[in-house]
Design a binder for this molecule. Structure first.
Ligand SMILES: Nc1ncnc2c1ncn2[C@@H]1O[C@H](COP(=O)(O)OP(=O)(O)OP(=O)(O)O)[C@@H](O)[C@H]1O
Length: 249
């Protein structure tokens, strides 16, 4: 695929209008405490890439867990596709299973190894098919976690600070990989991140949560591939940092 094809495909995605995830009036409290999610409304379109930002405790993980069906909906409603995959900050690979077995965990069929091989190639891990998870670097482990998420062909992929534990250079490579995978798989993505630049490099929209409410929902109209040198970058960066109560410069 040429750079231009990629750009065209990503533009097509942005113009899609079909809603894939619809959250309405979602409220969540723990043990009668204050609302961790407070009458939250959020729609994510098919093929859309949304970054979710917010201070620690603002409700990001609770929202993600609710969308993944790991936390119950007690007030409000959530419509979410059946095929959802989640990648967490830690890879959560089973140490007693080889990389390829981890990738197709829970999948059946005689072509499991072949399917694992295809998706591991996509994330750049063909050479580590038979490796044990404990021998992987941090970046490789997250590549394997991405492969495991993608092998299920999700129409909605959630990433909960997937690169937070990686060094800066590896993080850059992983951001590039996620961008490529998203364009190739055409799924909707919700990325939880504390990194404003990561949101600006990857997402169509940045949503800032504050005490369980949406404080800002900012479209990111920059062309792809994204560049820090884009004149809009600094402006969007300041807007997002302002919404987070951080003052740069
Ligand atoms: N199982 C639980 N029981 C009680 N309180 C909880 C539970 N899970 C989350 N909370 C509380 O809900 C609030 C939101 O937590 P959540 O993990 O969603 O925030 P977050 O934005 O993801 O934070 P971080 O960036 O630190 O991961 C916090 O005050 C947290 O203590």
């Amino acid at each position: 695929m040429t750079q231009l094809d990629r750009l065209e495909r990503s533009k097509t995605k942005i113009h899609e209008t079909e809603a894939r995830v619809v959250v309405q009036g979602l409220t969540r409290r723990f043990a009668g405490g204050p609302a961790v999610l407070d009458s939250l409304d959020l729609t994510i379109k098919a093929g859309e890439f949304v970054a979710l930002l917010g201070h620690s405790g603002s409700g990001k993980s609770t929202l993600l867990r609710t969308l993944a069906g790991l936390d119950p909906v007690t007030e409000g409603s959530v419509v979410c596709p059946a095929e959802v995959s989640v990648v967490f900050q830690e890879s959560r690979l089973l140490p007693w299973k080889r990389v390829w077995e981890n990738t197709v965990l829970g999948q059946s069929g005689t072509d499991r190894r072949e399917r694992a091989s295809t998706v591991l190639k996509e994330v750049g891990l063909s050479h580590r098919l038979d490796a044990w998870p404990l021998t992987l670097s941090g970046g490789e482990a997250q590549r394997a976690a991405l492969a495991r998420a993608l092998v299920r062909e999700p129409s909605f992929l959630m990433l909960d600070e997937p690169f937070a534990a990686l060094d800066a250079l590896t993080r850059l490579k992983m951001q590039h990989l996620v961008s490529e995978l998203w364009i190739h798989h055409q799924c909707s993505v919700l990325l939880v991140t504390h990194d404003v630049d990561e949101a600006l490099l990857l997402a169509d929209r940045a949503v800032v949560l504050d005490r369980g409410r949406i404080h800002m929902d900012l479209p990111i109209p920059m062309e792809r591939p994204r560049r820090h040198a884009d004149p809009q970058f600094e402006r969007l960066r300041s807007t997002l940092l302002g919404a987070l109560g951080v003052h740069d410069g």
